[in-house]
Design a binder for this molecule. Structure first.
Ligand code: GTB
Length: 215
């Protein structure tokens, strides 16, 4: 059955791979599933046809036969459960990998999003200078905790899993800020994710949409 995902017609990041369709592309590449992409404009995202698929009018979405999904976490979990390659066979190891997916989305990503919002949306507010160090330190605290847990391991819990895919995707958002460099093992962890052939294919596919001349 054909898998179709949605992505920005034009991503605000100009092809840096930070929009969340990259996570889905990466997961599909890891498990070797071909997919099609329907590009949507910001306007179309808020229209009835897309809202029927995504109640919050966002990308990405995932369609396969009569199944329609939204939310990156749910989509990657679905892919990982359907196809071999992203979750361990052992039941406990599988549960731990899923735990890392949730940790990436619910514990590590929120302060990172808060930082992005503070910089992009609130940077011009008179109180921004006072608040920014607080927001940055919340990110640092989380990174410190994650860094200590990762130590010198390659991945979070044994072999690469959907938990690492999600954690690396979340951390990538920080790359340009330089904050990751304060935690060399996390920088190396993200770089390990980026060098995976499946990630490279996913990145190239989104880049081809956003900067067709770059390939
Ligand atoms: N919780 C949802 C999920 O994980 O799927 C969040 C989905 C989401 O935030 N979608 C964004 C969206 O559709 C695109 S990915 N926004 C349009 C809207 O809400 O109207 C978030 C994103 C967008 C842009 C950048 N960037 O330019 O760097 C990075 C991440």
């Amino acid at each position: 059955m054909t898998i179709t995902i949605t992505a920005f017609e034009t991503s605000p990041d100009g092809g840096k791979g930070l929009a969340r369709d990259t996570r889905i592309r990466w997961a599909l590449e890891e498990v070797g599933q071909p997919y099609e992409v329907r590009l949507v404009s910001f306007g179309a995202m808020k229209e009835a046809a897309h809202l029927a698929l995504h109640p919050f009018g966002q990308i990405p979405t995932y369609e396969e036969g009569d199944l329609g999904l939204f939310e990156t976490g749910a989509i990657v979990l679905h892919i990982a459960q359907r196809h071999a390659g992203l979750l361990p066979e052992d039941a406990n190891a599988r549960a731990r990998a899923i735990t890392w997916m949730f940790a990436a989305l619910n514990t590590v990503e929120p302060p990172i999003l808060e930082l992005a919002n503070a910089r992009l949306l609130e940077g011009d507010k008179p109180w921004s200078g006072q608040r920014m160090p607080l927001v940055e330190n919340r990110v640092r605290d989380r990174l410190g905790q994650l860094s200590r847990r990762l130590g010198d391991a390659g991945w979070l819990d044994g072999a690469f899993s959907a938990g690492d895919l999600m954690m690396v995707s979340v951390l990538l958002r920080l790359k340009a800020s330089g904050m990751l460099d304060e935690f060399p093992n996390l920088s190396a962890y993200v770089a390990r994710g980026e060098t995976r052939p499946a990630y490279k294919r996913a990145f190239a596919a989104q880049l081809a949409v956003n900067r067709p001349s770059a390939g």
